[in-house]
Design a protein around this ligand. Structure first.
Ligand code: G3I
Length: 305
């Protein structure tokens, strides 16, 4: 097949992209997004600060623009994200204890209910583990409400939308031997053992020179899948250019294709200039919308599966 989405579909997978509501008027951008991808994630529009700017006053205008664009162009939608320490609205940043716990659960319930029936998978909880190398939870106002905040969020999401797959999503969980990866594996294993509703793990996969694609990335994908959850590569971008970047994309794509329960890949933006770290030129299309070597490597890997 000649597009990323159609090529991924040959093995029952999707190939997605993060899009921004503010760019939906850019025809170069929308032409590529519509042609190449069959799943979309809102880059910012469904986050906490966007959807609940004042407590209990929900604003779905930008999120709905993304959802509408997806529906009208025949794309599925990943939801990002219901509970996160970052991009909290100001009113939430200063909350704590039971009041914060209840506000977080209300947020999960309201947003998941609003989008019920439209979401393939929700990133229910995002980035809850620390990077300090000991596998501990990240300190945050949410963590300080009690270690069970993550499972509480998952139970609320399931109650609100029983049709969406519920994912835990994080970065720096790509190397199978790192403490952070081991800690997330242990949490998922525990959730499955105790019947906490979790269906998938999202590996963000933001790679750069300081955080390279591990040679055994496939082992990580398969270790998560072995716990009985789907795995999705949710925010892929790789610093670099030319053949070297193309080879790294090929490694990541092949790791997903080699694991039956790796159900899809999403890149975190359309063109390099759309990236949150544009100077790394980490995406599949250059600033003018031309296909890069990384695009061709990705397409060829999908077609070889
Ligand atoms: O929209 C406002 C604009 O009105 C204002 O003038 C401008 C001034 O700073 O800010 C604009 O908002 C920015 C927003 O992106 C939209 O461009 C925010 O400041 C900026 O913080 C925000 O960055 C986003 C970042 O998450 C925030 O945490 C990036 O676009 C987005 O790509 C990035 O995505 C995250 C995932 O959600 C989670 N995983 C990591 C990933 C990369 O950081």
């Amino acid at each position: 097949a000649t597009t990323l989405g159609a090529s991924a579909a040959q093995s029952g997978r999707y190939f997605g992209v993060a899009i921004s509501a503010g760019k939906l008027g850019d025809s170069t951008y929308t032409t590529i997004a519509n042609r190449e991808f069959d799943m979309v994630t809102a880059e910012n529009e469904m986050k906490l600060d966007a959807t609940e700017p004042n407590q209990n006053q929900f604003n779905y205008s930008s999120g709905d623009r993304i959802a509408q664009w997806a529906t009208s162009n025949g794309k599925r939608l990943r939801g990002h994200t219901l509970a996160w320490h970052s991009q909290q609205p100001g009113w939430m940043q200063n909350m704590s204890g039971t009041a914060l716990r209840n506000a977080m659960l209300n947020h999960v319930t309201q947003v998941a209910t609003h989008y019920r029936g439209q979401i393939y998978a929700w990133d229910v909880v995002n980035e809850a583990f620390s990077d300090n190398g000991d596998g501990s939870r990240r300190d945050s106002n949410l963590q300080r409400t009690g270690n069970d905040w993550i499972e509480a969020a998952f139970r609320a999401a399931r109650a609100a939308d029983s049709g969406a797959k519920l994912c835990y999503n994080d970065y720096n969980i790509d190397n199978p031997s790192h403490a952070k990866t081991q800690a997330v594996l242990a949490m998922v294993r525990d959730f499955k053992a105790r019947g906490v509703p979790i269906d998938c793990v999202g590996l963000q996969a933001h790679f750069n020179s300081g955080n390279p694609v591990p040679s055994n990335f496939q082992t990580t994908v398969s270790n998560f899948a072995a716990l009985g959850v789907d795995v999705q590569i949710t925010e892929l971008d790789i610093q670099g250019s030319g053949t070297d970047q193309a080879n790294k994309y090929r490694t990541v794509v092949n790791a997903c294709l080699a694991v039956a329960r790796c159900t899809g890949i999403t890149v975190w933006g359309v063109r390099d200039s759309d990236s949150w770290r544009a100077s790394d030129t980490p995406l599949l299309f250059d600033n003018s919308g031309n296909k890069k070597a990384a695009y061709t490597a990705t397409l060829d890997a999908l077609n070889a599966a």
